[in-house]
Design a protein around this ligand. Structure first.
Ligand SMILES: Nc1ncnc2c1ncn2[C@@H]1O[C@H](COP(=O)(O)OP(=O)(O)OP(=O)(O)O)[C@@H](O)[C@H]1O
Ligand SMILES: [Mg+2]
Length: 232
C-alpha cells in the first residue's frame, strides 16, 4: 500500500533522513520506532507532503506522490495524526471532528464517522460539546485519532500518540488501534515507545540518526537487547 524508497531529507546542511526504505502492506500495523531526533517526524511529514525530500520516492497504491499536494493525499486515503495532535483548542470535540471530515461531501457519511469515533472512544461522546483544549491529555489524543479517522482513510499514520500519556491511556490507544486493524484499516505507528509499538504492530522498523538500522517482526524486537539499545 505504502512504499517509501531511498528517502532523503535535508534541512540546510543537516541530513535528517538518510536513504530510508519502508513498506506497509494493506491490513498491517507497521511500527517505526526511534529516539528523539531520529528523523521520525521528518519521514511522516514527507509522507504527508509537507516536507519535500531531497531524493527518493513515496508511492501509495502504486502511485508516485511526488506531484501530489498534501490535501490531495488525504483524498487518496492517507490520514496523518501529527505529533502534538494538531487540535483546535477553542473548538468543541464535535467541531474538531467536523474539521477532520472536511474532505467529505456526504453529510450522512460525516455523521456516521463521528459516531464511529464515539464508539471507539466513548469518553468523547460524553465530552462532545467541551472545548478540545480543556480535555485531558489522553482525551485529546483520542480526539486526534478520531479526527484522523474522519476522512475514511485507507492508511492512518500516527506520530507519537503515546507522548506524555499514562500507561493506562497508552493501553487504550493500543486497544483502539487493534480494533481498527480488525476493521481493515492499515496503520503506520511512529513512536518512541517500543513496548506499545511491539504490542500492536506486525512488523517494526528501527530508525536512528535518520537511517533504518533494523527491521523485523515485532516479537523478535523486544527480545533483542542490542536492538533495544538503539532506542536509548
Ligand atoms: N525544519 C527543520 N529545520 C532544521 N532542522 C530540523 C527541522 N525539522 C527537524 N529538524 C532536525 O532533524 C532531526 C530529525 O527531527 P525529527 O523531528 O524528524 O525527529 P523525530 O524522530 O521526530 O524526533 P522526536 O521523537 O523528538 O519527535 C532533528 O535533529 C531536528 O532537529
Ligand atoms: Mg517527532
Amino acid at each position: 500500500m505504502l512504499e517509501v524508497e531511498n528517502l532523503t531529507v535535508r534541512y540546510g546542511p543537516f541530513l535528517a533522513v538518510d536513504e530510508v526504505a519502508i513498506r506497509v502492506e494493506a491490513g498491517e500495523i507497521v511500527g517505526l520506532v526511534g529516539a528523539n531526533g531520529a528523523g521520525k517526524s521528518s519521514i511522516v511529514k514527507t509522507i504527508g507532503g509537507v516536507v519535500v525530500p531531497l531524493r527518493g520516492r513515496v508511492d501509495f497504491e502504486g502511485q508516485d506522490l511526488a506531484a501530489v499536494p498534501p490535501h490531495r493525499r488525504i483524498r487518496l486515503g492517507i490520514s496523518i495524526v501529527p505529533e502534538g495532535r494538531g487540535l483546535f483548542p477553542r473548538m468543541s470535540v464535535e467541531e474538531n471532528l467536523l474539521m477532520g471530515g472536511y474532505s467529505l461531501a456526504d453529510k450522512a457519511q460525516i455523521a456516521r464517522n463521528i459516531e464511529r469515533g464515539f464508539a471507539l472512544f466513548p469518553i468523547l461522546a460524553e465530552r462532545r460539546w467541551q472545548a478540545a483544549g480543556t480535555l485531558s491529555g489522553g482525551q485529546q489524543q483520542m480526539l486526534a485519532v478520531a479526527i484522523g479517522l474522519m476522512s475514511d482513510p485507507k492508511l492512518l499514520v500516527l506520530d507519537e500518540p503515546s507522548l506524555g500519556l499514562a500507561p493506562i491511556v497508552i493501553g487504550e490507544i493500543g486497544r483502539a488501534l487493534k480494533s481498527l486493524r480488525g476493521q481493515g484499516l492499515t496503520v503506520l505507528l511512529v513512536e518512541q515507545n517500543a513496548k506499545l509499538t511491539c504490542n500492536v504492530s506486525d512488523r517494526i522498523y528501527i530508525v536512528a540518526n535518520g537511517a533504518i538500522q533494523h527491521h523485523d517482526v515485532s516479537a523478535n524486537i523486544l527480545s533483542n537487547r542490542e536492538i533495544l539499545e538503539l532506542l536509548i
